[in-house]
Design a protein around this ligand. Structure first.
Ligand SMILES: [Fe+2]
Ligand SMILES: [Fe+2]
Length: 376
């Protein structure tokens, strides 16, 4: 991301034409109308992260296999999927270890000595594999033997699974627990190593789905708070939970409206704006979230100059964590792929934010955000 930001910035700034497409006036309100921030995707859209991660699917006869890195297996952890090995690239995978047999330290050493980097799971077991990774994510992210980049890929895809389930059933206490655990793991991962942010950013999908948008905003917000010197894990969790769930109110809207690809009418836009209050009310009723988290969900579309919604808050009336989330949310929305316009690249998105709504965002935080992306 740093390369996109720094290398392309100078040349693209001069011939940028997206402004006329995205912005019809200088008010943040118009940004939201012309540029609604995401739609719900289908579960199938999350398919094949494994294939992306370490190779391609292997299809033999009726079975289809996905490669997994041997380093992603946790010694002695319960695993509800069979493991396969592939003797050579032209051969069909053969059973290496049944699900009832634990994967041991000796297994790991033996595979390493033999130079085996990948094992395989069947496509049928893919969901079980991801539950296994999610259950063991804390240990995986602390594993000194695993490369930070691989940890980032596992954490990012786990996050998408968690958010998908959460949007399906936002009142589920299991999903709420999973999202809280995920945010804590993500906050600790970002604190642990400064390469975590750049590796997570490399994994980011800037598509148009609320799921990936939620995860991206959570990562950016946690990283930005840490960049500003906030290391307290409890404070980071309150911020991260708000960022991850900031658009949860969209789960309460008509899915067709949320999935709509074009420019919203005034009436549709008013309906969409309700996601802030709906999300706040939904989470407040659960009694599981702090006032800071709730205020992020309610107020992430407020603007510094009072032109935002739903309450028209301004300046010091907007919590600092809300200001952070407002910036990261806007950036991710602007850099997300739209069906009707190619996503603005990082430099252009930042330029738009600075030029078009300088009074709408906290410029101190905005400067921090730009520096953070430059350093990543
Ligand atoms: Fe959003
Ligand atoms: Fe939103």
């Amino acid at each position: 991301m740093a390369h996109v930001l720094l290398d392309e910035g100078g040349s693209e700034a001069s011939d940028y034409e997206g402004k006329n497409v995205y912005f019809d006036e200088r008010q943040p309100e118009s940004i939201r109308r012309a540029h609604p921030d995401g739609r719900l995707g289908e579960k199938d859209d999350l398919a094949a992260p494994l294939a992306w991660m370490s190779g391609v699917r292997v299809i033999t006869g009726e079975d289809s296999f996905l490669p997994i890195r041997t380093t992603s297996l946790v010694v002695d952890a319960a695993a509800d999927f069979d493991l396969y090995t592939c003797p050579n690239e032209n051969a069909a995978p053969v059973l290496y270890r049944e699900r009832s047999v634990p994967f041991t330290a000796e297994d790991r050493d033996r595979l390493e000595e033999s130079g085996v980097v990948d094992l395989f799971v069947t496509v049928k077991d893919e969901t079980k594999f991801w539950h296994y990774i999610e259950s063991n994510l804390r240990d995986i992210l602390r594993d000194k033997a695993m490369a930070n980049e691989e940890k980032a890929s596992l954490a990012y895809h786990c996050s998408q699974c968690v958010v998908t389930d959460l949007f399906d059933d936002p009142r589920s206490s299991v999903s709420i627990d999973r999202s809280k655990t995920l945010v804590k793991n993500m906050a600790e991962f970002l604190l642990q190593d400064e390469s975590s942010l750049s590796n997570l950013m490399r994994m980011m999908s800037f598509d148009n789905y609320t799921y990936t948008h939620s995860v991206n905003v959570c990562i950016f917000s946690l990283a930005m708070a840490q960049f500003r010197g906030i290391k307290n894990i409890r404070a980071l969790c309150e911020l991260g939970e708000g960022a991850l769930l900031h658009d949860i109110g969209k789960s309460q809207l008509d899915p067709e409206l949320v999935a709509f690809d074009g420019t919203y009418t005034e009436e549709q836009h008013e309906e969409m704006k309700a996601h802030t209050v709906l999300g706040y009310e939904l989470l407040e009723a659960l009694g599981r979230f702090s006032p800071i988290t709730l205020s992020i969900v309610r107020s992430h579309h407020e603007r510094f100059d009072g032109t935002g919604y739903p309450d028209g808050l301004e300046g010091d009336g907007i919590n600092h964590f809300v200001r952070i989330c407002a910036i990261t949310e806007l950036f991710d929305s602007l850099t997300s792929q739209r069906p009707y316009k190619e996503a603005a690249k990082s430099f252009n998105a930042l330029k738009l934010m600075r030029d078009e709504i300088p009074n709408g965002i906290d410029l101190h935080y905005f400067e921090s955000f730009v520096k953070m992306l430059g350093d990543a």
